[in-house]
Design a protein around this ligand. Structure first.
Ligand SMILES: [Zn+2]
Length: 201
């Protein structure tokens, strides 16, 4: 399987450019995104146990895998902060913890980068992404995030954005736009899992 050199999604048939059709059509607002593994098999199972069965101790092994990937891929890149994609507070309460924040905390400690847990806030609850079409997902997320107090200290700097899964990338793109509007210089993305592109031509 190939890995898109821009969004990091797995797939077949990216051709000589090594870039998936979607990224060729429109360059994402981040520099690069990478995931540890495709969203399937044992990684998918581990993530489900972590998120839905409340096994928060899994944040350590999963976060360390992500930190190791970042250290391998971007050894000379310095980040001013690690920023988690925020879960809406209502959903975090339901689940009793915020998985992206836990993973970001592990990555920040492992890589010795400050955690900026309040750089992004989710200001609007959004319907579950999985039930929507791609077009609806994008408009669904518009205005869902706001830059928080931590973002002001990061003006002109580079940050590492962390989420558990990258599916269409709509959430990550919306977070990047919000951070860039707040003056953040550049964004790299790391997730535990990422989607598999099946529509390459
Ligand atoms: Zn791509």
């Amino acid at each position: 399987m190939d890995i898109c050199e821009v969004c990091g999604r797995f797939g077949i048939g990216f051709g000589e450019t090594g870039i998936c059709r979607e990224c060729r059509a429109e360059r994402p607002p981040y520099v690069l995104a990478r995931a540890v593994a495709p969203y399937e098999g044992p990684v998918r199972d581990a993530l489900h146990i972590f998120k839905f069965a409340g096994k928060r101790e899994l944040a350590h092994p999963l976060g360390e895998l992500m930190a190791g990937l970042v250290a391998d891929l971007y050894p000379y890149r310095t980040f001013a902060a690690v920023i988690p994609v925020p879960l809406h507070p209502a959903r975090a309460r339901e689940r009793r913890f915020d998985q992206a924040e836990l993973l970001a905390g592990v990555i920040a400690r492992y890589l010795r980068i400050p955690l900026a847990g309040r750089a992004l806030r989710r200001i609007r609850e959004t319907p579950s992404q999985t039930t929507l079409t791609r077009g609806n997902r994008l408009s669904n997320l518009s205005g869902a995030f706001a830059a928080g107090e931590d973002a002001r200290r990061l003006e002109g700097k580079g940050v590492l954005l962390v989420d558990d899964v990258y599916t269409t990338g709509a959430t990550v793109r919306e977070c990047c736009h919000t951070l860039q509007q707040a003056g953040i210089g550049f964004v790299y993305v790391v997730t535990l899992a990422t989607g598999i592109v099946r529509d390459t031509a």
